[in-house]
Design a protein around this ligand. Structure first.
Ligand SMILES: C[S@@+](CC[C@H](N)C(=O)[O-])C[C@H]1O[C@@H](n2cnc3c(N)ncnc32)[C@H](O)[C@@H]1O
Length: 216
């Protein structure tokens, strides 16, 4: 068989395989079409945003890191890289297809396909007292106020007193009421909330909110 015939055959073969897994961008977009408010974005976050969001994950010790809304896993990959096999990493993702991909791709993370509002029970079930860091990939600015409150209560219920919480917001959402409500909620629940510089190398551009010292 010539090289060009082999390439053509391989291409035809790929096209006729209906069970072939879509790439992350296609999968993410398909899940967005199904649940736009729950997905909150049409594409996974970039490596640059992942690095900024995951910065509080300590590079020493045995920390417990909880990730909310892991999606196709850009933050999961960065958390795993920073942990390098130490501590525990619980990745909570509500969507079954995304959770399945995460499990397959990141065996070092404990992937839990559940709603993040059940966080306290999820940790209790695993004998974990609290989280040192909660990294959020949730689309907070798209959630109605009662959902924001429920998820923040769930986060506060597991975060250690010296723990850190990080979330991101898209730049274009900043003036919108739900995004302002989320920032007010953070300011209400944490003693310190520090916004990062704008991460331009993300679609769309975003920035990170680093929150520390949860109020009791
Ligand atoms: C904006 S996407 C971010 C995905 C990924 N962290 C990233 O940055 O590319 C939000 C993710 O949160 C998940 N999600 C939304 N609500 C959730 C909830 N209540 N509990 C757990 N996951 C949730 C969605 O299924 C989606 O995968």
């Amino acid at each position: 068989m010539t090289t060009s015939t082999a390439r053509r055959t391989a291409r035809q073969c790929r096209l006729c395989r209906p069970s072939q897994e879509p790439n992350d961008y296609t999968l993410f977009l398909r899940r967005w079409v199904r649940s736009p408010a729950r997905m909150g974005a049409i594409a996974p976050s970039s490596r640059h945003l992942a690095e900024a969001v995951c910065a509080p994950v300590p590079e020493r010790g045995e920390p417990v890191v909880v990730e909310l809304g892991a999606g196709t896993g850009p933050f999961t990959a960065e958390i795993q890289r920073r942990l390098g096999g130490r501590g525990r990493h619980l990745a909570v993702e509500i969507d079954p297809l995304l959770a399945r991909r995460l499990r397959h791709r990141h065996p070092g993370a404990e992937v839990i396909q559940r709603d993040a509002v059940h966080l306290r029970h999820l940790l209790d079930d695993r004998g974990i007292e609290g989280a040192d860091v909660v990294v959020s990939g949730l689309p907070w600015a798209l959630f109605p106020t009662p959902t924001q409150h429920k998820l923040m209560d769930a986060t506060a219920a597991v975060l250690a007193p010296a723990g850190a919480f990080t979330a991101f917001t898209y730049l274009h959402a900043v003036p919108l009421t739900p995004a302002r409500r989320f920032r007010d909620l953070l300011a209400d629940r944490f003693e310190e909330v520090v916004p990062s510089r704008t991460i331009w190398r993300n679609t769309p551009p975003a920035f990170v909110l680093h929150a520390r010292r949860p109020r009791t």
